[in-house]
Design a protein around this ligand. Structure first.
Ligand code: NAD
Length: 434
């Protein structure tokens, strides 16, 4: 499969060059980060329910493991490319470093439309992928997790397959598992919750009172619902939400638990208010996803797809703060426009790092064989998100730079120190001269 023509990996690496001058990192270390450590392509033949055989292509990329085992999800999507998997693995290296997790970065993917497979075919494919990559993953080498169109059940099958191959129960090989087989409390809503903890720190910076703050959220799935629920419970006004079919707007704000209840039951977004199990429609305006992004709100939360804010619509964004719960929702051209228009962007590698942070907690619990309560998970997540939020913020003030550049600089400094600990040209050159 050829790399995609727009070369996502090359453009992901541009962030390295932007942040380099503000980071404590040797140029040699940056050069190393431009080359993933391990790239694997596998073919997975599976027997379909019809009796036919079909071959699927899968990838696993370990971008870097200087600070610890590779860490990153496995994506099932028809548009997966090797180039995209490399870019996602690079982002994971940066994300784990921003959060100071003892990991590098990795990612995997299979070119497949999982909606076209039966549950049994999906299980065979997931187990087949692990049979191919088992020699390259492991609790101390590379630890996968769920990503787009993979879920806890798939992680459970994968862990089971790996355990069979190794002939020992190995829950720490993969995170995002169902709780009865080694999953962690608090993993399900960790991404949205992490973003919420970031916003609580940002609230202090802005001096906001929740009841005066309006919020629009694009994408009402796992992450979007969690952040909406937590903000709503705090008194924020969620005035607009959307899904792939479009959005709804209500100036007075929505009752978020009602929206979630109906969306998850009927698979449709409806403006409703539910009380005692009875739901009734409330007045709201139907809006498009484009209109949602241009609403005059205080906080805009893209929580659906990448590349939704481009140079064509970035100028329309009126929100004071934009928090990237989705991965890569703002293109680099749009980012420059948002900066010029003084929109405060909390970047994805910080904002949506709650998921990988609780994955780390799951791995720690699996290795220790000792499990934490939901409250312990929440408290530890809050502590991590707040600490790293302010560390990134401090860099923005020190160098007069935006949060994205600062987050990359923060990550690069940590990775740089780890790479430098093994010696760079300066060290070896000096030793010879002495
Ligand atoms: P999800 O599948 O649960 O939800 C996605 C939502 O986006 C759905 O409501 C869907 O209807 C909506 N959507 C799809 N296409 C849309 C469109 N064209 N316009 C508007 N809405 C659209 O996914 P999720 O797990 O909530 O992930 C959302 C984003 O967050 C993704 O970018 C993902 O990479 C990122 N993310 C998720 C996690 C996690 O742990 N779930 C971790 C890190 C990053």
């Amino acid at each position: 499969m050829p790399d995609s023509p727009n070369n996502v990996f090359e453009s992901a690496l541009e962030n390295l060059d932007h942040a380099f001058e503000y980071a404590d990192i040797h140029s040699e270390a940056v050069t190393r980060l431009k080359h993933p450590k391990l790239v694997i392509e596998v073919s997975i033949p599976i027997r379909l329910d019809s009796g036919d055989m079909k071959i699927f292509t899968g990838y696993r990329v370990r971008h870097d493991d200087t600070r610890g085992p590779g860490k990153g999800g496995i994506r099932y999507h028809p548009d997966v490319t090797l180039d995209e998997v490399k870019a996602l693995a690079f982002w994971m290296t940066c994300k784990t470093a921003v959060m100071n997790l003892p990991y590098g970065g990795a990612k995997g993917g299979i070119i497949v439309n999982p909606k076209e497979l039966s549950p049994l075919e999906l299980e065979r494919l997931s187990r087949g992928f692990i049979q191919r990559i088992a020699d390259f993953i492991g609790p101390e080498t590379d630890v996968p997790a769920p990503d787009v169109y993979t879920n806890a059940m798939i992680m459970g099958w994968m862990m089971d397959e790996y355990s069979k191959i190794k002939r020992q129960f190995t829950p720490a090989v993969i995170t995002g598992k169902p709780i009865p087989i080694g999953g962690s409390e608090g993993r399900a809503d960790a991404t949205g919750r992490g973003a919420y903890y970031c916003l609580k720190q940002h609230e202090k910076q802005r001096g906001w009172k929740p009841e005066n703050v309006t919020v629009a959220i694009q994408g009402f799935g796992n992450a979007g619902q969690a952040v909406a629920r937590l903000l709503d419970a705090d008194g924020y006004n969620i005035v607009a939400v959307s899904d792939s079919s479009g959005g709804i707007f209500r100036k007075e704000g929505f009752h978020v638990p009602s929206l979630i209840k109906v969306k998850n039951k009927q698979k449709e977004l409806e403006a409703v208010y539910c009380n005692d199990g009875l739901c009734e429609k409330v007045e709201a305006k139907r809006i498009s996803n484009e209109e949602l992004l241009a609403l005059d709100v205080d906080i805009l939360i893209p929580a659906a797809l990448e590349d939704v804010i481009t140079e064509d619509n970035a100028g329309d964004v009126k929100a004071e703060t934009l928090i990237e719960v989705a991965n890569g929702p703002v293109t680099s051209a749009a980012d420059a426009i948002l900066r010029k228009n003084k929109v405060f962007v909390i970047p994805d590698i910080l904002a949506n790092a709650g998921g990988v942070t609780v994955s780390y907690f799951e791995w720690v619990q699996n290795k220790a064989g000792y499990y934490w309560t939901e409250k312990e998970v929440h408290d530890r997540l809050e502590e991590r998100m707040s600490t790293e939020y302010w560390a990134v913020h401090e860099l923005t003030e020190k160098h007069d730079i935006d949060m994205r550049t600062a987050a990359y600089a923060h990550a690069l400094s940590r990775i740089g120190k780890a790479l430098t600990a093994q010696g760079t040209k300066d060290y070896f050159h000096r030793k010879r001269a002495e």
